[in-house]
Design a protein around this ligand. Sequence first.
Ligand code: BG6
Length: 496
Amino acid sequence: KKKTNQALVIFGASGDLTYRKLIPAVFDLYMNDSLPEGYAVLGVSRTPFTNDKFRKKMKEGIRQFARYKDTTNEKLDGFLSKLFYLSIDTDKGEEYGRVKEKLDKLNKKFNLGQNYIFYLSTPPALYSTIPKYLYGHGLTIQQKGFRRLIIEKPFGHDLKSAVELNNQLLEFFDEDQIYRIDHYLGKETVQNLMVTRFANGIYEPLWNRNFIKHVEITAAESLGVEGRGGYYDGAGALRDMIQNHLLQVLSLIAMEPPAKITAEDIRYEKMKVFRSLRPFSKSDLKKNVIRGQYTEATVRGKHYKSYRDELNVDPQSRTETYAAMKIFIDNWRWEGVPFYIRSGKRLPTNVSEVVIHFRPSPQKLFKLEDESTHSDNQLILRIQPDEGILLKTGMKVPGNGYEVKSVNMDFHYSELNNHYIPSAYERLILDCMSGDNMLYMQGEAVEETWKFVQPILDYWENDEDAPLHGYPSGSWGPDVADDLIEGKESTWRYPC
Ligand code: BG6
């Protein structure tokens, strides 16, 4: 398919995301032959780089983070020759005239058809400023070519600011020009959640309150805040991971089958899930929501400092680095089925996964080989790492008698030969280039997820009795999180 010529304009081009993720992803697209014939990348930031200096820095980023590692210098230089840089003071409206001039030049040189994507990878304070000035210079209006805006998270800091930001953006762009990124949706395994459910006849009949006991969604990270204390201390796990990534995953697990695989139909079904989330009452907030913060610990000889001792973190910070909650979805399919969600930093391992816990068989006919285990069926959808799907099923222990043990039916993506799995950013940037916003978030949905988490934010901020539990670095978070799970024998899954 012939791709439309276009330019990608990255604001915040001297930042970390551009270096680690965006340019390496565009480079991988180039290596896959996915970029159009005529294209250019224009980096815009305050830092005074020359084109050469910018290219040199991006070359380092590519060498370190792109998937194509053993590229010849010739190929790499071919890519770098279409990277340009412009330093402006992004706070000053008049400076955007230079962006326009530069784009006019690139447009002529590479025959870009005046098609531009503006990617905001800047501090959130600039999210409404940049669109305003782009609009002021006529750069958001689609006449000859298309104009699209990609906007990174965090999209708002709470419900009020998210609504405000949506309203401001809509003054300068139409909704269908705005691409709100949630990189989890770009992950191959997250897209596969829908395929697992709706391309197989065997799961969907069981995918409801009659057969599913509860659902767990985990995003665990072993890293701490790693020098991002300045941002993270004002955010916390709820804003950083749950309001966006984990609620998006939840919506794909819980949604009804869409009429068709189109952005409109899928967004419609996801929106219904968000609208069905049961709002937290005062007593739910006390019982069903837990927050924690990592404390210092020595794990296998390595010392980890406490969150409060991290760079740019308030030494008395009450920001959560761990959050867990029990959520209900009030609709016909899910009434009474708890969804347990947790995310934290400095946990024992890196893993993101969804676990579907099926109800046990109605009669226990067989004895378990090991009574300390249980044989309930679980379907584990592993988002990362070691991407794959695992079904835990009971089988007869070979030999005399009828003892049962749980065994794994296990598929790993790594077993797929000859399949290139694109990174989340590759997929999402390519989708935006071709005008497909299916994997991007619509404004209304973002507001709905903020609406859901807002009572938790308020509770934590305003109620002095709202507990903040310390947990030692390298542990699975506060012990009280275990009490969230209903049922005597049930606990979180602790993957290693
Ligand atoms: C980002 C968060 O959105 O997602 C980070 O800001 C987090 O704090 C990251 O580490 C996790 O993404 P991934 O793709 O590594 O699971």
